[in-house]
Ligand binder design. Structure first.
Ligand code: ZN
Length: 300
């Protein structure tokens, strides 16, 4: 059987995750000889504003309690952008961002303002979406010395406007969706030209607490999902790089025992995109996550 292939996508959402989670992940990945793709939030950390969802979104309080978000993320993050000012993430830690590339990893743009994108994208026009991505792109280019070649939307939240703006940025690929295999997107009746590399596994925060899955057996669950060909797993600097680092190391070691081959999403775009089909995207619900995400739908 062909070796299973794993592309790890690292979402970095917060100031604390960038400062503490990313260096911890870099140390783990270097020790195990694994290259990944980091997606950075470049602008203000307004994550404290996400607490508003306790009151506005069904299921969010349950999820917060289940994952014990306050103890996972820390009070600094929970209050950031509310009673504490929102610190700028990218410009606070340019050396940490650059170290990802110098250590052989790939880097791309998650967003300018994670909370703003996740909560307000459906109501943003093209100009506002372009302004968000251009601000993130300028900060990225200032830090890395070259433009970003890939983006990944916060919370798998997309719109026709975001896909159109991304098409205009001449990106190599994007990773905004949940699904099965790389594809070209169709949404709201329109075709778009930027390849999508979807996340194929559930995230750890979606998985824990569902169906009796605990930190002690979550990796058994992941290994059961491993299939031939490309598997894409999204991790978070704030989870796997912090409170869940021990479980993450165990997962990587067990995947290496299974002879898994680890590649970046850029490698995956090069290796698995030949004859990539056109698929519809729809916004739908997935187990363990409040709100809707962009899902790879039927082939067109
Ligand atoms: Zn994120």
């Amino acid at each position: 059987m062909d070796r299973p292939v794993i592309a790890l996508k690292v979402d970095v959402d917060t100031w604390t995750g960038t400062r503490d989670g990313v260096p911890r992940l870099l140390e783990i990945l270097q020790r195990l000889g694994i290259r990944v793709t980091f997606y950075f939030s470049m602008g203000p950390d307004n994550s404290g504003k996400a607490v508003r969802r306790i009151f506005t979104r069904k299921g969010f309080l349950r999820k917060m309690l289940r994952t014990r978000a306050p103890s996972m993320y820390g009070m600094r993050t929970m209050l950031s952008g509310t009673i504490l000012p929102a610190p700028m993430i990218g410009t606070s830690f340019p050396h940490i961002l650059r170290s990802c590339e110098t250590m052989g990893h790939e880097a791309g743009i998650h967003c300018w303002d994670h909370v703003d994108w996740h909560d307000h994208l459906p109501r943003m026009g093209m100009e506002k979406v372009a302004a968000e991505l251009n601000r993130a792109g300028k900060t990225f280019a200032d830090i890395f010395g070259h433009p970003a070649s890939t983006t990944a939307a916060p919370g798998w939240t997309i719109s026709a406007a975001s896909l159109a703006v991304q098409d205009g940025l001449s990106l190599s690929f994007c990773s905004d969706t949940r699904g099965e295999a790389p594809f070209y997107p169709m949404f709201d009746g329109r075709r778009f030209t930027t390849l999508q590399i979807p996340t194929t596994w559930p995230t750890m925060d979606e998985t824990l607490g569902e169906n009796g899955i605990t930190p002690g057996n979550v990796n058994d669950h992941y290994l059961a999902l491993l299939r031939p060909g490309l598997n894409v797993h999204t991790i978070h600097a704030e989870m796997e790089g912090m409170a869940m680092a021990k479980e993450f190391i165990d997962l990587l070691e067990r995947l290496q025992e299974r002879n898994a081959r680890f590649i970046t999403l850029g490698d995956a775009a090069a290796e698995f995109s030949a004859n990539a089909p056109l698929h519809r995207i729809y916004m739908g619900e997935i187990p363990g996550r409040a709100g809707k995400v962009a899902i790879q739908g039927e082939r067109v």
